[in-house]
Design a protein around this ligand. Structure first.
Ligand code: NAD
Length: 475
């Protein structure tokens, strides 16, 4: 753990193992922190806050830029750690490291553009001016599925704004966090500005984050139930909260789209990170006339994917995170099949060739999915593409919006009017129009309803860490 600029053990002296989900191998062990360690880290961040908030934007920018430079030098090491610890194929890990580094670079620039305003008053003897100031100590909780980019997406804007912070990474992927904090240490952030607490049991640390009066803001990425619980607790203390939670993205393919192009896009985005992405499509809604062509191309491409250890050549899909994730996917597929869905490809656990040592499930395409099936509403977070037919635009929009989640949606159409109607009508925070990667450090990422509160990335991303202060001057 990294507290007040020093690498430390947990107060209780315990450590926990980190394993490779592709083969069960123990990779390392890390300190198993608790509430006492979280409180110590919060104290360090609190003490460091006046100095960091008072540094110039140019000082903060330089430290972030330095961290970006070191990260670019360590790209390959970080990607290897990520594949071992989290399981995604090495090419995807390299892409994530680049995406993660982009946040450091972008917010090193944005640090210098935190502007206030002058506001005309109705009184001749009055002037209004606003200041934008950092909110204070930030407590951050990140998930295992994107173990590096979820860190920089929170920490870069917080640090640019002048906040100090404590991070608790997911228990499945603390090694990526440790590597990132070595980078922050070398980049020269003053002691206490960035603090890391690792833990096998997240609950006591979460409780300290939401109850400690020195924490001004909680930023959380993870599941909807945990996000709701923490946001509720934080509300009792009137803390600011941002949450990036689960999703159930619709992927709409209209009759005027090219079904082969759409199916290629669907395969790429659905099976990215073995379906363990919050913006992963969970319902492929396809206009009836295109269903056969779409399913044909999709299943052909899915059938040729190769599962295994992401460090080996030719592997295109890695393991799930743990046995519970495999069981959840299997249960959703069995439920759908029992209620009449057709398993077009996949539909089973993978155990041959040593895969039984890891958590593998075959990439799967289901056709004929209906609203009675669990997969129609529950987030899968796994490698299953359920295909559902629709007849017209109104029905497609109603089906797409028939969810409590509201993170991402995708639309394939060649018709501009339809594209705009869908962009305006879909109740989701991120819409890809003929585009499967509507994300960037420069653009706001976040959801509506059960998918969360607030935005990360772009100008909106730094606003989450700033207070607006009004000055009314009588002259
Ligand atoms: P999770 O909620 O179990 O864990 C996420 C983080 O919360 C981890 O760091 C975990 O240790 C911590 N946590 C769990 N219980 C806690 C508690 N009681 N107190 C404090 N912290 C606690 O979710 P997960 O299974 O690790 O991640 C998958 C979920 O995250 C999915 O639902 C996915 O959609 C969502 N997710 C969302 C985004 C996004 O940007 N919207 C990105 C990635 C993942």
């Amino acid at each position: 753990m990294f507290i007040a600029g020093k690498w430390e053990e947990a107060a209780g002296g315990r450590r926990f193992d980190v394993t490779n989900p592709a083969n069960g191998e123990v990779l390392a062990d890390v300190p198993d922190g608790g509430a006492q360690d979280a409180a110590r880290a919060i104290d360090a961040a609190f003490d460091a806050f006046p100095g960091w908030a008072g540094a110039t934007a140019y000082d903060r920018s330089r430290a972030l830029f330095k961290a970006w430079q070191i990260m670019m030098e360590r790209k390959e090491e970080l990607a290897l750690t990520m594949t071992r610890e989290q399981g995604k194929p090495i090419r995807a890990a390299r892409n994530e490291v680049q995406y993660a580094a982009d946040f450091l670079q972008w917010y090193s620039e944005e640090a210098k553009r935190v502007y206030g305003a002058t506001i005309p008053s109705a009184r001749a003897d009055q002037r209004f001016i606003t200041l934008r100031q950092p909110v204070g100590v930030v407590a951050a909780i990140t998930p295992w599925n994107y173990p590096v980019s979820m860190i920089t997406r929170k920490l870069a804007p917080a640090l640019a704004a002048g906040c100090t912070l404590v991070l608790k990474p997911a228990e499945a992927t603390p090694l990526c966090a440790v590597e990132m904090f070595k980078i922050f240490e070398e980049a020269g952030f003053p002691p206490g500005v960035v603090n890391l607490v690792t833990a096998g049991d997240p609950a006591p640390i979460g409780e300290e984050f939401v109850s400690n009066r020195k924490v001004a803001k909680l930023t959380f990425t993870g599941s909807t139930p945990v996000g709701k619980m923490l946001a509720g607790r934080a509300a009792a203390e009137m803390k600011r909260v941002s949450c990036e939670l689960g999703g159930h993205a619709p992927f709409l393919v209209f009759g005027d789209a090219d079904p082969v192009h759409a199916a290629k896009g669907a395969q790429l985005v659905k099976f990215l990170n073995t379906g363990q992405a919050c913006i992963s499509p969970n319902r492929m809604l396809v206009q009836r006339a295109l269903v056969d062509d779409f399913v044909g191309t999709l299943s052909e491409r899915v059938g040729s994917m190769k599962a295994g250890n992401g460090l080996e050549d030719g592997i295109t899909i890695g393991p799930l995170v743990n046995q519970a994730a495999v069981d959840k996917v299997a249960a959703q597929v069995e439920d759908a099949a029992a209620k009449g869905a057709e398993i077009v490809c996949g539909g089973k656990r993978l155990t041959d060739g040593g895969l039984d040592k890891g958590f593998f499930y075959a990439p799967t395409v289901l056709a004929g999915v209906t609203p009675e099936m669990r997969i129609y509403r529950e987030e899968t977070f796994g490698p299953v593409a359920p295909v559902i037919a629709f007849d017209d635009d109104d029905e497609a929009l109603a089906m797409a919006n028939d969810t409590h989640y509201g993170l991402a949606a995708y639309v394939y159409t060649q018709n501009n009017s339809r594209a705009m109607r869908m962009f305006e009508g879909l109740n989701f925070g991120i819409i890809g129009i003929n585009d499967i990667n509507p994300t960037s450090a420069a653009a706001p990422f976040g959801g509506m309803n059960d998918s969360g509160l607030g935005r990360e990335g772009g100008r909106d991303g730094i606003d989450e860490y700033l207070e607006t202060k009004l000055g009314g001057f009588s002259i």
